[in-house]
Design a protein around this ligand. Sequence first.
Ligand code: 3HC
Length: 308
Amino acid sequence: MTATVEEHFEATVAADQRIEPRDWLPDAYRKTMIRQIAQHAHSEIIGMQPEGNWITRAPSLRRKAILLAKVQDEAGHGLYLYSAAETLGADRTELTELLISRRQKYSSIFNYPTLTFADVGVIGWLVDGAAICNQVPLCRSSYGPYARAMIRICKEESFHQRQGYELLMTMMRGTPEQQAMVQEATNRFWWPSLMMFGPPDGDSPNTAQSMAWKIKRHTNDDLRQRFVDMSVPQAEALGVTLPDPLLAWNEDRGHYDFGPIDWSELKRVIAGDGPCNAERVERRRRAHEDGAWVREAASVHAAKESER
Ligand code: 3HC
């Protein structure tokens, strides 16, 4: 007897195989995949702004070239992910409208300001480091186009993390003022980086289903813990102090214990009340409007080509 499409879907997920665009899939799976992929794409595109803020003020040609390459990579990650969302029937223009009208989210971390050039290093070290912790398991996500996008993105993400850490190592070998800048940037970005992994598992409405469908391979808290365990030795090697007096190795757990996270801050920033939310969305809206003529020209050209 041939399996029903539902049975085929369940068996594919259970066997750790990939669901492809041509396969039947439940509407709820499609909906949550579009939700996660679109918001991931929005995060990459908005994420260009904080660091882009420093391209014209990089302290050397080398730092400017590296930063330019990184910001361009983020744009590419966003376009890659919008393409993955389109394989599920989403429309890229609609997704952009949802972002600009704040009906879809992007990562809270990008609503914080970048006040000194040390922030560029700390974003590479902590934010891209957190992204790596979160994105490597997504290379095994059950939806094929998303998992394959992640494989390419993770390779570039490790360059992003290394360049940030190398920048900070250089500054930590510099003047006391440069060392103080690195510590101050670390103080500002540590807790918001932990919030990137989402609310605690008990307050995560999507995790259970996303784990059942193998969209997510680990829970928010598991990945957060993995990130803390990875970052503490890196901070020690760098010579900075992470701003958490409760951070301590727990031999019994085999992990670092860390202090309580202010979840009200994450809720506030997700709700739009972070330091830079309005500026980030307004800038995205303006860029979309300024680029309208390019999209129009491209579609007229495409129409002429198809007539030819
Ligand atoms: N910022 C904004 N929204 C957040 C958030 C955060 N840090 N954490 C959770 N949320 C939202 C979720 O989107 C969800 O809202 P929704 O239902 O309207 O989408 C709600 O809060 C509840 O959270 P859940 O844990 O239930 O939601 P998820 O199961 O989707 O988990 C996630 C959230 C861990 C971010 C997951 O969606 C995920 O892993 N996404 C893919 C990775 C990603 O988007 N990373 C963002 C950063 S991109 C980046 O760092 C690029 C790098 O180059 C710098």
